[in-house]
Design a protein around this ligand. Structure first.
Ligand code: 5BU
Length: 258
């Protein structure tokens, strides 16, 4: 099978953010996303500045910060520019279109103003995507659909994943890919991002299940590995980030050779 590089795949998508991400991966030579799951703004910003050069995507759970102010999102945008990474708010929207529109653009976090990327469950049906697109498309944002999860005994079935793919196809101007455990379609335009990646642990005590970067990229053919505690809980997060970056990039380079 001929494998396309990230750059070659950029030509297959219509969404400008998707093109930008594919190019960024090859230019920066990293397919590592940091799941920056810390609870203080100071820590989040310091971590983003320190690890920014190693990553392509900074994934946030902005609502776990105990001290969020709008200045945080302004700083995050400046760091994203400085280090060239994408801001992905892992909000997992899951309501009707009318409600998610307000959650996306309003409230305390005003996610649409700073996050390049968001994600959503497809459980409510296509109206959720239509609602988010009304806000996100004019701002050239992108959406990832949750097609699979990493946690044990989750309720995602192959049928659900297939239906999610169908919904993505209906909104391919706004949906740029999936949060999944690997590739779910032969179409090269979709970007896959995979959480539940760690080099040492196999699981946590609350159902999280891990695979290695090598397995995620070589066996499951994902594009971007999302790593949280594997980096955050390391003695030296920068050294750990470099290790994950190396592992992820090596697996991608090997894929291209085969
Ligand atoms: P960890 O520390 O690498 O286990 O963190 C994983 C992150 O990815 C965490 O922010 C979760 O909310 C997120 N996640 C996940 O772990 N599994 C999933 O299937 C999805 C998101 Br979707």
């Amino acid at each position: 099978m001929i494998r396309l590089s990230y750059t070659q795949r950029a030509d297959t998508c219509s969404n400008r953010l998707a093109k930008k991400i594919f190019h960024l991966l090859d230019e920066k030579k990293t397919n590592l996303a940091l799941s920056a799951d810390v609870t203080s703004a100071e820590k989040l910003l310091a971590l983003s500045d320190q690890l920014g050069p190693e990553i392509c995507v900074l994934k946030t759970h902005i609502d776990i910060l105990h001290d969020y102010t709008p200045a945080v999102s302004i700083e995050l945008q400046a760091l994203a520019k400085k280090h060239q990474f994408i801001l992905f708010e892992d909000r997992k929207f899951a309501d009707i279109g009318h409600t998610v529109k307000q959650q996306y653009q309003g409230g305390m976090y005003q996610i649409a103003n700073w996050a390049h990327l968001i994600n959503a469950h497809t459980l409510p049906g296509p109206g959720i995507i239509a609602g988010l697109a009304e806000i996100g498309l004019p701002k050239e944002r992108g959406l990832l659909l949750l097609a699979e999860m990493s946690s044990a005994e989750n309720l995602f079935t192959p049928e659900y994943t297939a239906k999610t793919l169908e919904m993505a196809e209906l909104f391919s101007d706004f949906v740029i890919g999936f949060i999944s455990q690997g590739k779910i379609s032969a179409d090269p335009r979709w970007i896959y991002m995979t959480p539940g990646v760690q080099l040492s642990a196999e699981k946590d005590t609350l159902g999280q299940q891990y695979m290695t970067p090598h397995k995620a990229i070589q066996e499951h053919h994902t594009d971007i590995i999302i790593v949280g505690r594997g980096i955050l809980q390391a003695d030296n997060p920068l050294v750990a980030a470099k290790k994950y970056r190396e592992a992820g990039w090596r697996a991608y380079a090997e894929n291209l050779k085969n």
